[in-house]
Design a protein around this ligand. Sequence first.
Ligand SMILES: [Zn+2]
Length: 133
Amino acid sequence: MDRPLPQPDQDTEFFWEGLRRRELLIQHCDECGHWIHYPKPACPRCGGTRVKPKAVSGRGVVHTYTVTHNAVPGFEPPFAVVLVDLEEQKGLRLVSNLIGVPPGDVAIGTPVEVVFTDVAPDVVLPLFKVRET
Ligand SMILES: [Zn+2]
């Protein structure tokens, strides 16, 4: 079985569309400068509704991770699921996979960067690899 694919809706379509253009777009509040993920209709910090997608660098560090040893449809165990702290804002985090590293070598604090990964026609995922510092 193939990896499960995202099911974009009107709130998340910009995110997946950006990935197809090799851009990692995160919602940003024009009123207070707060970054927002997952997408919301209003800023959770100031309540402002002028929230728009904006490109981020794709750089961050592994905030935490887990290694899955069980069989999961579409994934070859063992594999690492990481929570990446993006550099734009403390606590701005994405769930993803770390690629190119044996799961046993993943560590909290590892610098990472996004890898735009084609997984199906018109479907690009923001996976991460270790970043040289
Ligand atoms: Zn705001």
